[in-house]
Ligand binder design. Sequence first.
Ligand code: PLP
Length: 388
Amino acid sequence: MKVVYLDNNATTRVADEALEAMLPYFSTLYGNPSSMHTFGGQIHRKIEAAREEVASLINAEPEEIIFTSCGTESDNTAIMNGLEAMPGKRHIITTSVEHPAVLNFCRRMADKGYKTTFLPVDKLGRLKPADVEAAVTDNTAMVTIMYANNETGVIFPIEEIAEIVKSKGTLFHTDAVQAVCKIPIDVKKTPIDMLSISGHKIHAPKGIGVLYIRKGMRFTPYMIGGHQERGRRAGTENVASIIGFGKACRLAGTLLHKENSKLRALRDRLEEGLLRSCPDARINGDSANRLPNTSNMSFEYVDGEAILLKLNEDNICASSGSACASGSPEPSHVLKAIEVPYTAINGSIRFSLSRYTTDEDIDMVLERMPVIIKELRDISPFGRNPVK
Ligand code: PLP
């Protein structure tokens, strides 16, 4: 049965081209890239070619790219490394809407005695660069701020923020897991010291990530052991996934602009249709400055979990920022931070599109959602005439 998959910020399908490139590395090309013999040595060269593809996507140098196991490892490593590189400084700045890979690591550092500032955002999910500037002190070791938000898609002004942070002599890391391959990123134009990427968000496999680290920056490895990744990340390389990652980056680089216009058109059609057909619906976040593939909408007086279950019956996959679907009984910290009203926060749904999303997928959601919302409101204790 056909699945309408609109949960691409959670994970993406591996591109056929990436899968095809990976397959030989599970069978005939299984050598260890660290081996002295030619059979293994040839794999080393393939890894370096993949590294070049990743580097070129963000205009970095290949030696600035370290392969990790995921976006979370890249984020944790970057923060730990930033703090090690600035001994004596005990202050971290981040935002209140980061992914848990950053948020919880910063909280851990707070438990260990670091002063941690979680900057607020406004009701559209926007961050003011002036707030970042005002928060930096002589004691600030590093600033870690995401490029684009995974729940709302809101893009932060990272170019401006990075300039401010660097002008103060502080380290800057950005979690670009949701931004890479969706918007152009150029680390030569923007003074970013460290940047995180995750394979499974960009049509590469799960279990592979990248940390970009600017040339010349002091680096303390997180994973200690062998000499892999120039001694910066020990452990035998995840060869097949690295090859898939390289291929996915090459594809994304060539398709980025074309895909963006297609995704934006599909996403906007979805939102306009739902706003028209479902009363009391709203878009969460700054609709003018978002990732082209992401839509976070609230349908007031309905439970997001119930909407997801109904969509699931039609094989439509989306996600909810509300409760148990995210593994937490609490409403989304991002939607709370942007002060989505309590009548709407529980009825929030994130639709996230990809290059494989079709017009028919959008038609299907546009057909089913008004019916689902009406059905749920009819059985809701608030009914269709809620007390506002
Ligand atoms: N950062 C952001 C913004 C994300 O959306 C995610 C995953 O959803 C991560 C980090 C973690 O990436 P991974 O799943 O590769 O550990």
